[in-house]
Design a protein around this ligand. Sequence first.
Ligand SMILES: [Fe+2]
Ligand SMILES: [Fe+2]
Length: 309
Amino acid sequence: MRSVYFAHLTDIHISDSDESWGTLATQAESILRNTFARLDVIPDLDFVLISGDVLDNATQAEVAVFTGALRTLGKPWHYIPGNHDGFYDPEKPGAYAPHEAVPQIDPRMASPVPHAQEARWSREVKPGVQLIGLDSRLPDDWAGEVNAGQMAWLKAELDAAREKLVILTVHHPLHPLHPRDNIGWFTKFFASNGEEVERLLDGYPNVRLVLSGHHHAHRLICRPGRLHLNTAALTGYPCLYRLVRISEADGGWHVEATTEHAAEEDLVLRSRQLSVESFVTEAFDPGDRYGWVNFLAGKPEDRAFSGLI
Ligand SMILES: [Fe+2]
Ligand SMILES: [Fe+2]
């Protein structure tokens, strides 16, 4: 019986400057190292999945912090890029371009050159278990999409993996996580053609899990036969990562998903304050000072799942 057990963490935002999007910036290194240390001692953990925005300003110093922390992790790991993992921005003169930063984070993505929409991969992580990574970055925008070339590639990969359990990861969630996401720049919090991607996935009932980040919000959404897990930022309120076990069971797949805090309580409280003071709070709901942080944290049912899908 197939079974796979992994950790999902995302949006580390290692920053050599001030906080960004409410994340803890310079504390990111210790939070990441502590998280890796905790994951390293889980004997049956198969891999660690990192779904983008490892960096914040994409500088050489930020890359060095990540690669230094990574050397302490003894587990297999997989990474897909986010919109902070490289910039074409004249106001960020110290930033690597996206196609320069990504191979420094993960040398497996050196070829083809990982321009936006090109840093995709498909890997058999255990016998009969295929992990597929999509690249939802746009060349110069924090919004996301999965372009026609990737849609065709994804379909071919899914056709080739019909007999396997498929787990998909993509930086941008495939759908809004809140009604506010349908208005103005909040639409950049999810992939613009996510519906189209979901329609394709609907034709492949062996795709059981979709894991994303980017929104920095903790959400667990049940589709028929498939779970979509959006995980909060590792270093932004409430500083979480997930542990997910999916096992073949009579009549389907059993999923056990739990949520762990990545930081001590004082840091979590500090991250909460940063998010309350962030400009997003006002834009999300001008009438509720705590609307945004409560949304980020999710509800108990977003944190834990145990059942057959
Ligand atoms: Fe992010
Ligand atoms: Fe992002």
